[in-house]
Design a protein around this ligand. Structure first.
Ligand SMILES: Cc1cc2nc3c(=O)[nH]c(=O)nc-3n(C[C@H](O)[C@H](O)[C@H](O)COP(=O)(O)OP(=O)(O)OC[C@H]3O[C@@H](n4cnc5c(N)ncnc54)[C@H](O)[C@@H]3O)c2cc1C
Length: 288
């Protein structure tokens, strides 16, 4: 049953400073409302427990995309449609564009934001694996300070993250270091569109003389949080692209992910598919 609307409050601040002051004055009382695509589902289902929201959608600074020689920096309110339309993201960060194009349908892509996808903290979310593989950093801002942290390590447990109640996720920064990389993104769901992931892999890799020089490998839907597989990445560094390396990759991955049985899939299926995707990535790197 839909939540009782008069019990909710949604205020629109006139500036980012006012939004941050509201969060600071009553920490934990107000929460951001961005595109609302996750929050409205909870409201419709009568499961939206929190009652006071700050409508951050009109804050122009959170919609900006800025480019320097070193980075592309995306406002937290960058939508999936914005991502797909950006020429630099299309040429240098294609996995983020693919994730955006496979997220929901057009209405969701027009309204859903990267910031909302990160803070909603679903382990099955589709942009976080790409952000992890691209070494994204995120900016958390409060009235007191603004800090950049690595996105890797931000999620500390299921729906738990390193963000204070008075902080807003304001920007996401991607280092422009993807030249000569293979980009590999696969979302496996029940259907080709409008499906929640059973397993999702985003990986980038480089090789030198048929040896793996470096990889960045991130999975969704295989643990309580999206995971960057740093042990497997380390194990693969400098290895030749042969059968022994493929076996090493599969064995290492098994120890690094912990999928569960749930309504969408089984742990056994997820383990098998995750391993197959990793091997497919390495085969693609061999041919690259
Ligand atoms: C039909 C449908 C299909 C979907 N398909 C997909 C899919 O394929 N893949 C996928 O990953 N997701 C999917 N989603 C989920 C959703 O669209 C995304 O997670 C989206 O990115 C959420 O962004 P939002 O701006 O709408 O977040 P909101 O709903 O506004 O907020 C989500 C959470 O994040 C917090 N928040 C939002 N912005 C900030 C910020 N800047 N700082 C701090 N906290 C913030 C809010 O307080 C709230 O807790 C789907 C949803 C629907 C309804």
């Amino acid at each position: 049953m839909r939540g009782y609307i008069p019990s909710y409050q949604l205020l629109t601040p006139i500036s980012l400073a006012e939004a941050l002051t509201m969060l600071a004055n009553e920490p934990g009382v107000w929460k951001p409302f961005a595109g609302g695509t996750d929050l409205m589902v909870l409201l419709e289902a009568g499961r939206l427990q929190h009652q006071r929201y700050i409508n951050i959608w009109p804050l122009d600074e959170l919609h900006k995309i800025e480019v320097t020689d070193e980075h592309i920096t995306l406002g937290a309110l960058t939508t999936y449609t914005d991502v797909q339309a950006n020429p630099i993201l299309r040429s240098e960060f294609p996995m983020l564009c693919q994730a955006a194009s496979e997220t929901g349908g057009l209405a969701i892509q027009n309204r859903g934001t990267l910031g909302g996808n990160i803070v909603n903290a679903s382990p099955a979310a589709d942009s976080p694996p790409a952000l992890l593989a691209y070494d994204a950093e995120i900016e958390l801002t409060s009235t007191k300070s603004s800090r950049w942290i690595s996105y890797q390590g931000f999620h500390t447990g299921y729906k738990e993250m390193q963000m204070e109640p008075d902080e807003l996720l304001t920007r996401i920064r991607l280092p422009r270091q993807t030249s000569n990389c293979l980009h590999y993104y696969r979302k496996v769901g029940t259907r080709k569109a409008q499906a929640i992931s059973k397993v999702c892999l985003a990986a980038v890799g480089r090789k030198v003389n048929q040896h793996i020089s470096d990889t960045r490998i991130a999975f969704g839907s295989v643990a309580p949080i999206v995971v960057r597989c740093v042990t497997t990445e380390r194990a693969l560094r400098g290895k030749p692209m042969d059968a022994a390396t493929m076996k090493l990759a599969g064995d290492s991955l098994m120890k690094e992910i912990a999928p569960i049985d749930d309504i969408r899939s089984t742990a056994a299926y997820r383990l098998r598919v995750a391993t197959n995707l990793l091997l497919d990535f390495l085969n693609a790197l061999q041919r690259f």
